[in-house]
Design a binder for this molecule. Structure first.
Ligand SMILES: C[S@@+](CC[C@H](N)C(=O)[O-])C[C@H]1O[C@@H](n2cnc3c(N)ncnc32)[C@H](O)[C@@H]1O
Length: 445
């Protein structure tokens, strides 16, 4: 018998057995379980629960029929209020374990929608053992195994209709899925992107060969039964890497991109551009980051890891001048287009890795009154951290999607003379253990 006393940063239960930490998947703090040790996970013992003797949280019936098999919504059996409470705990523990004094720790900001909140989903084609075509998501813990999605509660019901239509038409036409081992076959990915405020839908079908008359017939069949698709893009990707990007792209219907409104601004979203996947919560995230940055009137602001400029443009509405830095050149082109689209002239963008651009800006003697940073999961590069220390901006607002790198980077910034004034977790990904957080750092005391 084991009592679960904590949660790992990945959202798995942690029990203490004979002085050793044991990972217990599906368990939460306060649960008492009978569990059998199965091996090791990230250097810790892993025990699978066989029986729950006591549940600290009454589990609910998960709305999705794929719960348990799907690698996506691991927390769908937990009531949303408890998910929020546990996320707050994960962020708090990560900071405590790294010795970061969080200053004011604000309560987690709930997502406006706990279900059907995503604007982008990527589905994979595969073939089952009977040779039948499948289109769906990855099985939990298996990047190489796919199951047929009948319904997904993260994107819209329209998205579910699109998956069914593509699968049915492709199956009827006998089109083969791409085979990861032999590199034969045709169909690879189906990416669906939606603009929730503008009600636009982009479908990107990724195939191994094109032009291809059978693919044209497939798309025509799908568009006939789902006319709500506003734009349909075809991507050819013949390379071996299993990623939904390619060498060439054709716009089959519509203009090839969709437009979304966020915080009163308009953004173009093309098949490859980054846009926060929970758009309603993104509005709250940006509003919070702007609030933490305080009054920007007349100030010079740097937005590191700016993507397509969504936060930069929010900041530019009050700041004197904003510079956005982003490594993906296409995203920078989108960011410039977005600035124009919104009539914003005080925002510039530079393409390049932050770890090269920031040290150069510092060597050139550039000064910033506020620095915003929203790095990918791995957190700040060592050279970015050092340059931040040298630049000595009076305030830094740090947005993180990974509590471990958040703790590491806040500790690094503390060592550079910053004090963490406030941290607020933000739930961008309901039904999963992932948690975003916004922090304010102030130079000196
Ligand atoms: C979490 S996203 C944030 C995007 C943006 N702040 C937003 O809210 O839409 C992180 C961004 O960092 C970019 N990125 C990744 N590595 C980078 C690097 N070394 N230098 C600059 N940008 C990078 C990614 O392409 C991505 O756009």
């Amino acid at each position: 018998m084991a009592e679960v006393v904590g949660l790992s940063p990945q959202g798995e239960g942690i029990a203490q057995v004979e002085g050793r930490a044991v990972i217990v998947p599906r368990a939460v703090p306060g649960d008492r379980v009978e569990a059998r040790v199965k091996g090791k996970y990230k250097g810790r013992l892993l025990a699978m629960p066989e029986q729950f003797l006591e549940m600290a949280v009454t589990r609910q019936e998960p709305p999705c029929q794929h719960f348990g098999r799907c690698g996506g919504c691991r927390w769908q059996d937990l009531p949303y209020v408890d998910q929020l409470r546990f996320k707050e705990g994960i962020v708090r523990s990560a900071l405590e374990e790294r010795g970061v004094n969080a200053g004011e720790f604000l309560p987690v900001l709930a997502s406006p929608k706990p279900l059907f909140y995503r604007n982008k989903m990527e589905f994979s084609f595969a073939t089952d053992q009977a040779g039948r075509l499948m289109l769906g998501l990855h099985l939990r813990g298996r990047f190489d195994r796919v199951f047929d999605v009948e319904e997904c509660h993260l994107q819209s019901t329209l998205s579910n209709r699109i998956i069914r239509a593509v699968r049915q038409h492709a199956d009827r036409a006998g089109l083969p899925a791409y085979n990861l081992k032999t590199h034969d076959g045709l169909l690879r990915f189906l990416v669906i992107r939606q603009a929730v405020r503008r009600e636009e839908t982009l479908v990107d079908l990724v195939v191994a060969q094109y032009p291809n008359a059978e693919v044209d017939a497939l798309i025509a069949g799908v568009l006939e039964v789902v006319p709500e698709i506003t734009t349909f893009v075809l991507t050819r990707h013949s390379g071996k890497a299993q990623v939904a990007v390619g060498q060439a792209q054709w716009v089959i219907k519509g203009r090839g991109w969709i437009e979304e409104e966020c915080g009163g601004l308009v953004f173009a979203i093309s098949p490859r551009s980054f846009f926060q996947t929970n758009p309603l919560q993104a509005e709250q995230l940006y509003a919070l980051a702007c609030r933490m940055g305080g009054d920007l009137q007349g100030l010079t602001v740097l937005d590191l890891y700016c993507g397509t400029g969504s936060l930069s443009l929010h900041l530019a509405r009050t700041a004197g001048a904003v510079l956005g830095v982003e490594v993906v050149a296409e995203a920078v082109a989108d960011a410039r287009g977005n600035a124009q689209r919104n009539g914003i002239a005080n925002c510039e963008f530079e393409a390049g890795p932050a770890e090269e651009v920031l040290p150069r800006l510092q060597r050139e003697g550039r000064r910033f009154d506020r620095i915003f940073a929203d790095p990918p999961r791995a957190g700040l590069h060592r050279k970015v951290l050092e340059a931040l220390g040298a630049l000595q901006a009076p305030q830094v607002v740090y947005i993180s999607c990974n509590p471990l790198s958040l703790a590491e980077d806040l500790a690094g910034l503390q060592a550079m003379g910053y004090r963490v004034a406030a941290v607020q977790p933000v739930d961008m990904f309901p039904q999963t253990p992932h948690c975003e957080a916004v922090s304010l750092l102030v130079l000196g005391g």
